[in-house]
Design a protein around this ligand. Structure first.
Ligand code: MD3
Ligand code: FE
Length: 203
């Protein structure tokens, strides 16, 4: 089922289900080279979500700010390559939502252990905001918060389950969003974890 959430945002329920096992195996291989780590925010807090990346650039946070970098600061090496299958999946999802030719150069991979959350924020570290973001949810489900253009706007609660893909672009691109603390309901493929991949054209 393809549910438009609002202008510019489309939920593709179960879209990544058949590929989920392969995606998770690829995530494990990526994490062998670029380990999941809990980054520090510019304000000096440690995120509850653990992150890594693959692609030409990866998302980095430290006391200096948020940015995309071609080098993983933990390994000192370039980020692992983005698997062709990731690139293709993101492109197919974007096209279904009306964004043809999406060519992500970054895939941020978030890992949620029970209790991990993501506070309301906007994604605006990308050079151009004309490209959509494609998100793939795997493992334990989560309650996603989808707000408005201001932090204080009320937020919709959208459950995101294993295999769900969401495309956010156009007028939805700068909407505030976040994830409520993840509840422990183990999933057969990931155990007590939720994995979220976000595909971005960062540079
Ligand atoms: C709505 N990740 O990594 S993906 C993030 O589940 C992030 O890990 C969440 O927000 C997660 O930045 C949610 C859904 C998402 C991503 C980007 C958006 C929703 C968005 C950009 C604009 C509006
Ligand atoms: Fe975000």
């Amino acid at each position: 089922a393809h549910e438009p959430l609002c202008d510019g945002a489309m939920v593709l329920r179960h879209f990544a289900r058949l590929e989920a096992g392969n995606i998770l195996a690829d995530v494990e291989a990526i994490a062998q080279k670029a380990a999941f780590r809990r980054m520090e925010t510019p304000g000096g807090l440690r995120m509850s979500v653990a992150t890594t990346s693959c692609g030409n650039v990866g998302w980095v946070s430290d006391r200096r700010g948020y940015r995309y970098d071609s080098i993983d600061p933990v390994s000192g090496q370039p980020w692992p390559r983005m698997p062709e299958s990731f690139f293709a999946l993101a492109g197919r999802a974007a096209a279904l939502a009306g964004f043809d030719g999406f060519a992500p150069d970054a895939c941020l991979i978030n890992r949620y252990d029970p209790g991990a959350k993501l506070s309301l924020h906007q994604d605006k570290d990308e050079r151009s905001l004309d490209h959509p973001i494609v998100s793939v949810s795997l493992g334990m489900s989560a309650m996603f918060l989808f707000g408005g253009m201001k932090r204080s706007d009320s937020a919709m609660r959208i459950p995101l389950m294993h295999g769900d893909v969401v495309v956010w672009g156009g007028p939805a691109r700068l909407r505030y969003h976040g994830v409520l603390p993840v509840k422990e309901k183990p999933h057969s493929l990931t155990g007590s974890r939720r994995i979220n991949l976000t595909f971005r054209k960062a540079m």
